[in-house]
Design a protein around this ligand. Structure first.
Ligand code: ZN
Length: 361
């Protein structure tokens, strides 16, 4: 029997004494709202500068065309004004959320803002370049520009807002802010129960993409015309190598993903040099999985938008990739489910393996 009385009465004293012992990072629920406010203030002022004619506005319609960030499909003044207003609203919302003073604003409205702004700064301000940079790094090609730095700034801001929302929600349902556990809730976290299935879907979702690229590498025009396949390899002399590498990255990624539910994902196999038999550090699996998950989901979102725009005849076909949309972009329809299930699998793995909480015990 869990002594809930003890928990509710004693927890605030317990929190205070234990909070002092732990590091600054692990006390994130105490300051995350202010960090979200600080980020919103800075990024809001950057957009004021651009609205006033400053150089470097990052969301211009560029070479990416249909595969650019959603916000680039709007005129720069409109996009800039939207982001400025959103950021300055965040200053108030963040303070109210952190100060727990929600008498005059409903908590539903605060959460709507926090999750909404996270959506905007993950999905509307990013294009496919993050996943491209990650993939091309395996071909030893590195490109990085201001546009990408700006996208990273946006994603980091969104993560601040997601964490602020999570800590606010935990507080609202009387759970521990630091770990989300509620002593009255005896069922394991829902993601832990679904972890197996989520992981299997995440491992299989990249397979259609890999199959098309392997086919192309073997000169089989799967999903595209033979002429287009020839043209694609004429444009890019590295096409064949790229197809092999990207195909194997997807298959390799899928196999690694299975580690999130396999024993070798928790303890290194004994034949591993030096580290065989040791525990796999939780973050060694979680952090790369989440980074890939975010980049894949974003790219999948943009590709799905482009795929629908072309197949529903809402946009003109003005290049060879758009002309061969089923084979070239079709497999990326699975990328949003891939990214989402990969992210959720990583979170499930974390929740399954994490130890006790240093705050609520
Ligand atoms: Zn806790």
């Amino acid at each position: 029997m869990v002594n809930t009385n003890y928990f509710h009465k004693g927890c605030s004293d317990l929190f205070q004494s234990k909070t002092k012992q732990n590091g600054f990072i692990s006390r994130w629920p105490n300051w995350i709202g202010y960090v979200a406010v600080g980020w919103s203030l800075l990024y809001g002022f950057m957009h004021v500068y651009w609205l006033l004619g400053g150089k470097g506005y990052p969301f211009k319609q560029g070479d990416m065309g249909l595969f650019g960030a959603m916000i680039t499909h709007f005129p720069s003044k409109v996009g800039g004004a939207f982001i400025t207003i959103l950021c300055f609203l965040g200053i108030f919302v963040g303070f109210i959320m952190q100060k727990k003073k929600r008498e005059f604003v409903s908590s539903g409205l605060l959460l709507f803002y926090a999750w909404g702004v996270s959506f905007v700064f993950i999905f509307l301000t990013s294009d496919i370049s993050l996943i491209m940079v990650m993939a091309y790094a395996f071909l030893f090609e590195f490109t990085f520009d201001w546009g990408m730095i700006n996208q990273l700034i946006c994603i980091i801001g969104a993560l601040f807002w997601i964490l602020a929302a999570i800590s606010f929600q935990r507080r609202s349902r009387n759970a521990c802010e630091f770990c989300g556990r509620n002593k009255e809730d005896l069922e394991p976290f829902v993601l832990v129960r679904w972890g197996r299935w989520l992981t299997i879907v995440a491992a299989l979702a990249p397979v259609p993409y890999a199959i098309t690229r392997f086919a192309w590498a073997l000169h089989i025009p799967l999903g595209v015309s033979r002429k287009a396949l020839q043209e694609l390899s004429n444009i890019n002399p590295m096409a064949n190598l790229t197809e092999w590498v990207f195909g194997f990255l997807c298959i390799g990624g899928g196999i690694l993903t299975l580690g999130l539910i396999q024993r070798w994902g928790e303890i290194f196999p004994v034949w591993f040099p030096f580290i065989g038999g040791k525990r796999v550090p939780i973050m060694l699996a979680v952090v790369p999985a989440l980074i890939v998950a975010i980049a894949v989901t974003i790219a999948g979102f943009v590709f799905t938008f482009g795929f629908l725009a072309i197949t529903l005849h809402l946009a003109p076909i003005n290049n060879i990739v758009l002309g061969q949309i089923y084979g070239a972009v079709g497999p990326m329809i699975f990328w949003v489910p891939w990214g989402l299930t990969l992210g959720l699998s990583a979170i499930a793995y974390y929740y399954r393996r994490r130890g006790g909480c240093t705050y609520c015990g």
